[in-house]
Design a binder for this molecule. Structure first.
Ligand code: GLU
Length: 488
């Protein structure tokens, strides 16, 4: 594996919504780079669009990154606070003749745009202000005519190119780049200027961002050159698509990191899932702890093709991490969810701590999300349960036969000499044999009686965890339920 130099990288979200999974993925790759190869991970809030930026969105970005554990190494930079520097950079370009003022009146601009539209074209600026005589410019300035500032794209026959860490060489002919606006008529900077000015000021040496920005990069490179500053390296990460191959949107499910946090997803599972959106550690390795991701991360594994966001895979990943993590780490997460559901209080769970830990350990095997554990825990924590209608329809279809099986089971369990798995198994196998049915025939209706569900740990584990009193009570209740139903 090649080695890469330490770098100053940044994540630069615009606070105009929530923290999108795509943004979190970009943040993660920047963060991993720095943890693996050294450097600093910086956070810049690009809040120059005052109309669309909100404090709430800024908070959601912080909260999402904190939840994922993607801490930044220096104080947050707010782009909006750097307005004076942006203007000063524009001024220096103007002074050097590398930018110029465009006084096209607003009305003319609108006319041209409308005209282009009726001809099915995009309005293209034709450089008509590039050589405005100095005295005329002076006159207009004195009159207070509004203007925008345009960057003078150099060397029409040249090309602007860079070695992208993901795409290798990318080249744009300069003639395809318009003299682009860098300062609006209200004296606010345009994105490309603000980003370059800030990246220079922050000493950023590697820009890693979504590949929707590839077309901005030649403009930004031109600005670096015009400002006489060394170029950072660039890495453009693939877009994220839904299973249908279309750009990820709300149609595909939750796209806000906060939604997953509030659903009780484990942050380490989210990180692992995000890491695989555009990166592969090689081989078919998928499940990794954060420490392993840091160890394995390399730009060599970054992919060009769009990544596919599969919510089912995220759930699966969560299940993997739930089985993998230490019980000590999982227990508080589960406890919070159980307490929030009203199933038990923290004190009650604390009072039977060892038993409770064994329960969590038993249930996590069949769970993909924490809520699965909560749902499966109900039969052990609550006195009475509801029967899942599907379980009833499937396993208690013949009510009378089910009642008979459960009655025989109850009688045998009541006579059991101890409440240990081996004894209980011997008892139940004896019942099955006596009735001439297979184990499954007996265990499935019993599972519904004990848990109300079709999915549970092995039936002997369920019996042991519930204990004699509760298990026998459940079977009795089921027999009653089936008697009423069968007599109906
Ligand atoms: N604010 C830009 C965005 O959210 C950042 C682009 C960049 O990283 O240069 O897309």
């Amino acid at each position: 594996m090649s080695t890469y130099p330490a770098a100053r990288v940044r994540f630069a979200p615009s606070p105009t919504g929530y923290l999108h999974v795509g943004g979190a993925r970009t943040a993660l790759f920047n963060w991993l780079y720095v943890r693996r190869f050294g450097g600093q991970f910086l956070l810049r809030v690009e809040d120059t669009d005052k109309a669309r930026s909100t404090d709430e969105s800024t908070r959601a970005i912080f909260e999402g990154l904190e939840w994922l554990g993607l801490g930044w190494d220096e104080p947050v930079v707010y782009q909006g606070a750097n307005l004076e520097r942006h203007r000063a950079d524009v001024k220096s370009l103007l002074d050097a003749g590398l930018a110029y003022r465009d006084f096209t009146p607003q009305a003319t601009l609108e006319e041209r745009r409308a005209d282009a539209q009726t001809h099915g074209e995009i309005y293209k600026y034709k450089r008509e202000w590039a050589e405005l005589p100095l005295h005329e410019e002076q006159q207009r300035l004195e009159r207070g005519d509004p203007y925008v500032v345009r960057f003078r794209v150099p060397d029409e026959s040249g090309i602007t190119e860079w070695d992208d860490l993901v795409h290798e060489r990318i080249a744009f002919p300069n003639k395809d780049v318009d003299d682009f606006v860098i300062l609006r008529s209200d004296r606010t900077p345009i994105y490309n200027l603000a980003v370059v000015s800030d990246d220079i000021a922050m000493g950023v040496t590697l820009v890693m961002r979504g590949d929707d920005h590839i077309s901005n990069t030649p403009k930004q490179i031109m600005l670096y050159n015009a400002l006489g500053k060394p170029l950072p390296r660039f890495a453009h990460l693939p877009m994220i698509h839904g299973l249908d191959g279309k750009k990820l949107s709300k149609r595909h499910g939750a796209t806000a990191v906060g939604d997953y946090q509030h659903e009780g997803l484990l942050p380490q599972a989210m990180l692992n899932f995000l890491a695989l959106l555009g990166w592969s550690p090689g081989g078919d390795r998928e499940v990794m702890t954060l420490a392993e991701m840091i160890d394995l991360f390399s730009p060599e594994g970054l992919q060009r093709k769009a990544a596919i966001f599969d919510p089912k895979k995220l759930e699966w990943m969560n299940g993997q991490h739930m089985s993998m993590m230490s019980l000590t780490d999982l227990e508080p997460v589960v406890t919070r969810a159980i307490v929030a559901s009203g199933l038990a209080t923290a004190e009650a769970l604390g009072a039977k701590h060892d038993w409770y830990l064994r329960l969590v350990d038993l249930l996590r095997v069949r769970a993909r999300v924490v809520d699965d554990i909560v749902r499966q825990a109900a039969p052990y924590l609550a006195r009475d349960i509801d029967y899942d209608p599907d379980a009833v329809a499937k396993q208690w279809k013949d009510r009378e036969a089910s009642r008979n099986l459960l009655t025989a089971t109850r009688d045998s369990l009541m006579a059991a000499s101890s409440w240990e798995a081996a004894t209980l198994e011997a008892e139940l196998r004896g019942v099955a044999e006596k009735l001439g049915v297979g184990g499954g025939k007996l265990f499935q209706p019993l599972r519904v009686a004990l848990t109300g569900l079709t999915v549970s740990p092995g039936i002997f584990d369920v019996l042991v965890m519930q204990g004699r009193e509760l298990a026998l009570y459940r079977i009795e209740q089921a027999i009653n339920y089936l008697s009423v139903a069968a007599d109906r």
